[in-house]
Write a protein that binds this ligand. Structure first.
Ligand SMILES: [Fe+2]
Length: 133
C-alpha cells in the first residue's frame, strides 16, 4: 500500500518537474513502508530515506527556483522561503533520525506528505502559467 498516489491533479504541466514531484512521493511511500514494519526495520533505514528525501528536495527546489527565476515569477522570494523552511525541517529530522534516539512515527510522515500535497496543489500551481509560456 502506498501513502501518496500520483494523480493528474498534481501536474504542473512540466514533465521534468512532474517527475521530480513523483520521486518525492516515492520517497515518502518508501518511508511509509519502513514505518509500517517498525518492529522489523532498523532505524537506519528510515534515516536513509529521510536523508534521500532531504537531498532530493534540495535538488528539486533548486531546479524549480531556476525555472521560476528564468520566467520572472513574481512570487519567487516567497516561494523560496517555503522551500527553505521544508529543507530546514528535513535537515533537523535527518539529524534526529541519525542520532538514533528518535523512533519513526506517523506524525512526521503525515507532516511531510501533507506539506508536499499542499505545496504542489496550492503553491507550485501558481507558477504553472509562468513557466509554461
Ligand atoms: Fe515549490
Amino acid at each position: 500500500m502506498d501513502l501518496l498516489l500520483w494523480d493528474k491533479k498534481f501536474s504542473v504541466h512540466n514533465d521534468s518537474l512532474d517527475a521530480h514531484h513523483k520521486q518525492l512521493f516515492e520517497l515518502c511511500n518508501e518511508m511509509f513502508k519502513q514505518i509500517d514494519q517498525e518492529s522489523k526495520t532498523p532505524v537506519y533505514s528510515t534515516a536513509k530515506v529521510i536523508s534521500e528525501l532531504h537531498m532530493y528536495a534540495i535538488f528539486h527546489f533548486a531546479e524549480e527556483e531556476k525555472l521560476m527565476e528564468k520566467y520572472d515569477f513574481p512570487k519567487l522570494d516567497e516561494h523560496k522561503k517555503l522551500h527553505q523552511g521544508f529543507i530546514q525541517k528535513l535537515a533537523q529530522l535527518k539529524e534526529q533520525y541519525e542520532s538514533d534516539d528518535v523512533l519513526v512515527d506517523y506524525d512526521i510522515l503525515n507532516f511531510l506528505s501533507d506539506w508536499l500535497i499542499y505545496h504542489i496543489l496550492e503553491v507550485d500551481s501558481e507558477y504553472i502559467d509562468y513557466i509554461n509560456e
